[in-house]
Every structure is written in structure tokens, then in C-alpha cells.
Design a protein around this ligand. Structure first.
Ligand code: ZN
Length: 139
């Protein structure tokens, strides 16, 4: 698994050369160059090329969010905790929106905050093998 890079080390009012960004974030120069190919904005009007701290932070945060969205079927993303969490008490409600798709709704096992995610009806059938799923009436 790729090493997680924390954007907290980035100072948003600073500008970084590739070298400085690599040092600040403890990653290789190759990694920083790779980010540019992935869409990190870089100021190329001067040499050395500069990365704006605020852009770097936003870029890293977007990447983190993307990786957090990869949840297994029984996991939810809690807006409060931020990370993948389990369903409180193993209980989940399914609210159908269409005959094939709907929303899964549960409480976070960690903080009891509300968590929802979209799911297909087929996923719900799989999920009901693992968790206690209540099928609600469509609204
Ligand atoms: Zn939570």
C-alpha cells in the first residue's frame, strides 16, 4: 500500500521547489514529479518550477478523499470521523430510490453520527448476509 502523505506539513502561504516539497513531505523527488502528472498545478514561468503551498495542500487532500472512498461493502464513510467505519450495532437501513438502486443509512459505530452511501439492490442482498439490513419503503 502506498505511504500516506499528510497535507498538514504543507504551509499554504509558501512556495516549494520539487526538492523542498519532497523534503517537507518526506517523499521522493519522483513522487512529487508524479503528482504533477496527476494534475498538481506547478508554476513553470520561472526556473526552478514552483508549487504553491495552497495548491499542494488541496491536491493532497483531494487524493486522500479519493482513497478513503474505496470502502468495502460493510464499511461507511463517517463525515464526522472521516474514515471508513462500521455500522452501529451491525444495523443498516436500505431506502430504495429506484427498483435497482437506493441509499444505505446507518449510524457510525465510533461516534454514532449519520452515515449514508449509495448501493445497488444486488449489493444490499450481499450485505444482508453480513449485517442486519432493514428494507424501508421507498419515499
Ligand atoms: Zn463517526
Amino acid at each position: 500500500m502506498a505511504k500516506r502523505v499528510t497535507s498538514r506539513r504543507v504551509k499554504i502561504h509558501r512556495q516549494y521547489t520539487y526538492d523542498q516539497a519532497a523534503t517537507a513531505l518526506e517523499v521522493s523527488l519522483q513522487t512529487v514529479r508524479g503528482w504533477r502528472k496527476e494534475g498538481l498545478p506547478v508554476l513553470t514561468s520561472k526556473i526552478p518550477h514552483l508549487i504553491i503551498g495552497a495548491e499542494l495542500k488541496a491536491f493532497l487532500d483531494r487524493r486522500t478523499i479519493k482513497s478513503k472512498l474505496t470502502l468495502s461493502l460493510e464499511q461507511f464513510r463517517c463525515m464526522r470521523c472521516g474514515g471508513p467505519v462500521a455500522a452501529y450495532g451491525g444495523m443498516v437501513d436500505y431506502i430504495p430510490l429506484t427498483p435497482t438502486r437506493g441509499v444505505l443509512s446507518t449510524l457510525c459505530a465510533t461516534c454514532e453520527g449519520a452515515c449514508t452511501k449509495f448501493a445497488s439492490r444486488a449489493q444490499v442482498d450481499d450485505l444482508s448476509q453480513i449485517l442486519s439490513v432493514t428494507i424501508c419503503n421507498s419515499r
